[in-house]
Write a protein that binds this ligand. Sequence first.
Ligand code: HEC
Length: 185
Amino acid sequence: MRPYPVLLLTLTATVLAATGCQRGTAAAAAPAATAAQAAAADPLVAEGEYLVRIAGCNDCHTPGYSDRGGEVPRSEWLVGSPLGQLGPWGTTYPTNLRLSINALQEDEWLAYTANLHTRPLMPDFAVRQMREHDRRAIYRFVRSLGPAGDPSPKALPPGQQPPPPYLQLVLPDMAAAAQDQNPVQ
Ligand code: HEC
């Protein structure tokens, strides 16, 4: 899919309400001791945690991560988000990686992510460019957290209005049409 130039990222007022959307928080109850033990046993687990932090996976896949300045316990990470991402591709929802990764064997994850193709706003190109070592580390870390939460809402096709909360990407032609309707005096 070709890259979309971002003219304007419109936050609906309801997005603010979405900051209160901590879906999965209660459900994400992997014991911290398990993650700590896994990290001690396998150095790739700590590497994976670092990569998830700096590659921004939590920004979309962890509810409330940005709002809380990244101060979210690991047990709540990557459980997916009900905040829709609306654009010409329809509406997508950051998936629950705790469920999808825990459903795959390591070699399946490596094959899948080496050729990952999704809709926006997922930066699938970044995952495809990651070294196998790094994708393996992410897998080991997320596996160490265990499964948690519920599946994210299903994506909606283009042209279908999602219920709030959602983020909307407004592109140049859409913005021009809006400008024609409401010309600046
Ligand atoms: C800008 C928001 C955003 C960021 C950052 C992001 N994702 Fe996603 N991700 C999404 C969305 C939205 C989808 C669903 C795409 C679709 O429905 O086609 C998705 C889907 C996926 C999928 C495919 C669905 C699945 O569960 O198997 C994987 C794998 C994935 N993301 C992994 C990651 C990883 C790893 C990172 C960090 C390197 C990351 N994502 C960062 C938004 C994001």
